[in-house]
Design a protein around this ligand. Structure first.
Ligand SMILES: [Mg+2]
Length: 395
């Protein structure tokens, strides 16, 4: 693959179920369902491969899964165990490249371009990764190798479980074009149906569709999807440190003059919290921990934080939590020269969806939208006025 990037997509096989089977030997070889209960509500989060033989899959209502397989064993998720395993996997992957991007609790991209001299050819690296995950975590994974993220992820989806697929740039037409078009990232059920109705069945059909039909069928999105169908994708895999840089988000401001006025400080907090919430929102992050940083005129600096029962991106909740940490009496007595709002312990929306057993992600996004909208309409102008003439720094 010389001249190309070498990207690996590593995906654990039936991750939650596999960890349950690892932890509980009596579950091995059995149809195991994580999430939901046979008679009750809820959906399947992960089904073991034994359960998948019955047509059971993620997001299926638990009741239906039970009808399909009466002997299925339902277990509650053990998230601390999954998170522990995920950290372990991340550590293993970092041995092979500094560019490791965990895109969810059980999936990662690695850029292993140029690591051949140290670690050998890509296929060998993949086999060593698989072996290490088996030995140290006790589960199997599937790897896709390709010149970009899109194809690497497609590749790992072709040969599960415990598979390894290499898609080289010049084999896109032979390997990818024959695949059903809904295997393509970005083709959801609605688009899929529209494409099928118009005779576009495979990725190849979409890749070679003429521009006029593309526009007619898919509007402005057509060009993008067709480029993806041709295997084009230039997203890069950030370095691990880079990916973690944003794992806390804060905003702080140095006051032009020391302030002894709690009300003034509160109005600054509103503005700072807004800045932080907008950044969380843009990155689709939620924060578990909210804190403040405060510097007195004598340069003594204090930090205080509070961890919430549930991760949030709600403006009012973040503001109220931060405000509750402000030592108002001290402000009156001593004055303040710097104040900051900080969020940490961040969880990505995609990760949260998994943690909450596929809690409706769309509802969550709507909630985010509402939060930001309320925040804008309620505080927008007022807060921006407070910001006038202030210097601010971000970390
Ligand atoms: Mg997986």
């Amino acid at each position: 693959m010389s001249g190309h990037r070498v990207i690996m997509h590593v995906d654990m096989d039936a991750f939650f179920a596999a960890i349950e089977q690892r932890n509980n030997p009596h579950l091995r070889g059995k149809p195991v369902i994580v999430g939901g209960s046979p008679g009750g509500r809820g959906v399947v989060s992960t089904a073991s491969y034994e359960a998948r033989k019955f047509g059971i899959h993620s997001a299926m209502p638990a009741g239906e899964a039970y009808r399909r397989c009466r002997e299925a064993i339902f277990v509650h998720g053990d998230f601390s165990s999954y998170h522990h395993a995920s950290r372990l996997i991340e550590e293993i992957l970092l041995r092979f490249s500094p560019a490791v991007e965990m895109i969810s609790i059980d999936e990662a991209f690695l850029d292993i371009t140029g690591t051949e001299r140290v670690h050998g050819p890509a296929e060998q690296v993949a086999l060593r990764v698989k072996q290490a995950v088996q030995d140290e975590v006790g589960i199997t994974c599937t790897v896709g190798i390709a010149p970009n993220k899109l194809l690497a992820k497609l590749g790992s989806g072709l040969n599960k479980p415990d598979g390894l697929t290499v898609i080289e740039a010049d084999r896109v037409e032979s390997m990818v074009y024959p695949l059903p078009v809904d295997k393509l990232w970005g083709v959801g059920p609605v688009t899929y149906e529209r494409l099928l109705k118009n005779g576009v069945k495979t990725i190849g059909d979409l890749a070679t569709l003429n521009p006029a039909s593309l526009k007619l069928l898919l509007g402005d999105h057509g060009q993008t999807l067709a480029a993806r169908a041709r295997g084009e994708d230039d997203r890069h895999v950030p370095d691990h440190d880079e990916a973690h840089f944003e794992k806390s988000m804060s905003h702080e401001t140095t006051l032009g003059e020391n302030s002894h006025d709690p009300e003034h400080i509160h109005s600054l907090m509103c503005w700072l919290a807004e800045k932080v919430v907008i950044r969380l929102y843009r990155g689709e992050w939620l924060a578990r921990t909210v804190g403040i940083r405060l510097r007195y005129p004598d340069f003594k600096t204090i930090t205080r934080d509070k961890t919430l029962p549930k991760p949030t991106v709600d403006y009012a909740e973040i503001l109220n939590t931060a405000s509750s940490l402000v030592p108002n009496q001290q402000i009156v007595n001593k004055g303040v020269r710097l104040i900051g709002v900080r969020t940490s312990n961040l969880v990505h929306v995609s990760e949260l969806a998994q943690m909450e057993l596929f809690a409706d992600e769309r509802r969550r996004k709507e909630q985010l939208d509402r939060s930001i909208h309320n925040l804008r309409s309620k505080f927008g102008d007022k807060i921006i006025k407070h910001a006038g003439g202030l210097k601010s720094e971000e970390d």
